[in-house]
Design a protein around this ligand. Structure first.
Ligand SMILES: NC(=O)c1ccc[n+]([C@@H]2O[C@H](COP(=O)([O-])OP(=O)(O)OC[C@H]3O[C@@H](n4cnc5c(N)ncnc54)[C@H](O)[C@@H]3O)[C@@H](O)[C@H]2O)c1
Length: 325
């Protein structure tokens, strides 16, 4: 089959592309290369365009010719940037989804897997977040993802799109050393960057109502996540619901302190942290309830925190930011 992956040159997208290629699919990548790297997609066809630009709809439609499904990974994902430039975030994430859906309908492609986020939940006051709680995102990034989910739902109602929204929790690790996360936005790369510069890793607040006072998150290995997309493609072929949403996580939480200590264990480096003030908008605990995806997809995360950190460390050390030991 031919599968289109938007954002396929990015961190997560490249893992999905690699798994699709290994499964024998032809892959077409739509990417503006703003954060993506073209060498990450192997022999997939690259169509370089900005999905947020309405003038590109004909090119998106042409690229979709012959595709059986789209995995829509492309998006802007920085919370702080979304607060500073909300209209641009809506243009990119919501406008990008609108242009993609218009092109898909015109091209007769009616299968879609969408990269959504746990940021759509906001600050839920529950131990584990189920898919059916009231969603209250607290920043334009989360809002733009939630609107994207609604657009998938509405296209399912309006013209028969079959769509799945996958709400990612904290994605980390690397499936291949050359596919590590190039951005320094999430905890593990942030800690590694500090260590690279011989600085102490930062903990933003250790007075949260959690066992060790630091924030607890649900870390999911990027390969487990990418695998769930393969199953999502199969799910879209089933006669079940035309539209659905699933959490992708492990159902377990690890604290910031535990992650930093695991980096110390895996790397052998001194990771004594520096505790600074809380960041606004960080909920104390965010863990996905993964009962639904485990039952419906018969999928379960295989990698634990050690495996995630170990793979992230190896990828970091294989790249240009290698830490001298
Ligand atoms: N990394 C995480 O922990 C995480 C968590 C939840 C959700 N997500 C979502 O997963 C998706 C991928 O995240 P990632 O970590 O791989 O980020 P990334 O920045 O590495 O990848 C995004 C890719 O999309 C491309 N892109 C961005 N805007 C585009 C546009 N307007 N037109 C065409 N291409 C565009 C970029 O060039 C890049 O290749 C994002 O939608 C993000 O919101 C990520």
């Amino acid at each position: 089959m031919s599968i289109c992956v938007t954002g396929g040159a990015g961190y997560i997208g490249a893992h999905i592309v690699r798994l699709l290629q290994q499964a024998g699919h032809q892959v077409i990548v739509l990417d503006d290369l703003s954060t993506g790297v073209p060498t990450r997609i192997g022999d997939a066809t690259l169509v370089q365009l900005d999905l947020g630009d309405t003038a590109e709809i004909p090119r998106i439609q042409a690229a979709l010719d012959g595709c059986s499904a789209v995995i829509h990974v492309a998006g802007r994902k920085q919370v702080g940037e979304s607060v500073a430039r909300p209209a641009w975030y809506y243009q990119q994430n919501v406008g990008g989804m609108a242009n993609l859906l218009l092109a898909m309908q015109a091209a007769g492609v009616d299968r879609l897997v969408f990269s959504s986020s746990a940021a759509t939940y906001g600050e839920p006051n529950v131990a584990r977040v189920r898919e059916d709680i009231v969603m209250k995102p607290i920043n334009p990034y989360g809002e733009s993802k939630l609107v994207g989910e609604w657009m998938v739902r509405d296209a399912a109602r309006a013209w028969g799109l079959r769509g799945v929204n996958l709400r990612y929790f904290n994605v980390a690790g690397a499936g291949w050393e050359e596919l590590g996360d190039p951005a320094v936005l999430n905890l593990i790369p942030m800690v590694l960057q500090k260590l690279q510069h011989s600085q102490k890793p930062a903990i933003f607040g250790d007075d949260y109502p959690t066992p060790d006072g630091t924030c607890v998150r649900d870390y999911i290995h990027v390969v487990d996540l990418a695998n769930a997309h393969m199953i999502a493609l199969d799910y879209l072929e089933r006669d079940e619901r035309p539209f659905d949403a699933f959490n992708i996580g492990t159902g377990n939480g690890n604290s910031v302190r535990e992650v930093i200590e695991m980096i110390g264990e895996v790397s052998g480096l001194d990771v004594t942290p520096e505790v600074t003030a809380r960041r606004p908008g960080d909920p104390p605990v965010l863990i996905g309830d993964v009962d639904r995806i485990e039952q419906v997809f018969e999928w379960k995360a295989q990698h634990d925190l050690r495996s995630i950190v170990d793979s992230a460390w190896r990828a970091w050390q294989a790249g240009p930011r290698r830490i001298a030991l």
